[in-house]
Design a protein around this ligand. Structure first.
Ligand code: NAP
Length: 252
């Protein structure tokens, strides 16, 4: 009898850290649903890479700040791949960087919509899906936080740091709520990682080069170095890891 592969949904799986998680998970035996918002070509490349690694994979478009689209993405992913067993709540933005006094209120509101309200709604949908699939072993949810939660991101995007602080609190509460049902919830908090978020979301292409000298390891992370911790958090090796915020910050 064929062994059923675990089925993973990654929000914001088309680029950056999410893409690295999808591709690494595919190589380690998961089937993968790759959510994206607008860059369908990038999502298709990730699907190709997952399939090349031997996984079933599907791209699922949807804005993870909108409840109707979140619900549809979960339905589409399960229809394509079968019941979900793991969800990584990764989609996130910073918005253009500035001091708070100069920040556009719409930028702040959108960041909170995606990073907090959207992430909580995605986790809610994940909770419902995983509770309904009670026979599956090793069900888990991983929230992508940031070490910004503890640093505060002054002069750049204090609202973004606050959004990730909310995720850390949320992780502790949801983990305690779901542990008795056998579902593990944890967060992974990356430090500065080389992705497009700096150029495309914060609007500072040189941000990694500016900040890298102040990181104890003197460099940003590669997305795969973050994905390794996410894969650990989802794995059976992490069977007693519950409600933890796992920092991957290069010493920062
Ligand atoms: P990225 O390279 O900018 O990629 C963002 C991904 O999220 C893309 O796949 C994008 O889809 C998707 N996305 C954005 N808004 C979305 C929405 N509303 N609905 C659905 N998908 C959406 O970002 P990243 O650097 O990999 O960051 C991933 C996560 O890690 C975020 O939560 C971020 O806060 C966190 N993080 C990043 C760093 C860092 O230094 N990079 C550090 C700490 C934490 P499209 O391709 O369609 O645009």
């Amino acid at each position: 009898m064929a062994i059923k592969r675990p089925v993973l949904l990654v929000t914001g799986g088309s680029r950056g850290i999410g893409a690295a998680i999808c591709i690494m998970a595919a190589a380690r035996g998961y089937d993968v649903a790759v959510n994206y918002q607008s860059n369908g070509a990038a999502a298709a490349e990730v699907v190709d890479a997952c399939e090349a690694a031997g996984a079933k994979a599907v791209a699922v478009q949807g804005d993870m700040a909108r409840q109707d689209e979140i619900a549809r993405v979960f339905t589409d992913a399960a229809q394509a791949l079968g019941p979900l067993t793991q969800v990584v709540v990764n989609a996130g933005i910073t918005g253009p960087s500035s001091r708070l006094a100069e920040a556009d209120p719409a930028v702040i509101a959108h960041c909170i919509d995606v990073n907090v309200t959207g992430a909580i709604l995605v986790a809610r949908e994940a909770t419902r899906a995983l509770l309904a699939h009670s026979q599956a072993p090793n069900r888990s949810i991983v929230m992508i936080s940031s070490i910004a939660a503890g640093l505060g991101s002054p002069d750049e995007f204090v609202w973004y740091a606050a959004s990730k602080g909310a995720i850390d609190s949320f992780t502790i509460g949801l983990a305690r709520e779901l542990a008795p049902s056998g579902i593990r919830v944890n967060a992974v908090a990356p430090g500065m990682t080389e992705t497009d978020i700096h150029a495309l979301s914060s609007g500072e292409p040189g941000r990694v080069a500016r900040i890298a000298p102040s990181i104890p390891l003197r460099r940003a992370a590669q997305p795969e170095e973050i994905a390794e911790m996410v894969l650990f958090a989802m794995s059976k090796a992490a069977s007693y890891v519950v409600g933890s915020v796992l920092r991957v910050g290069g010493g920062r």
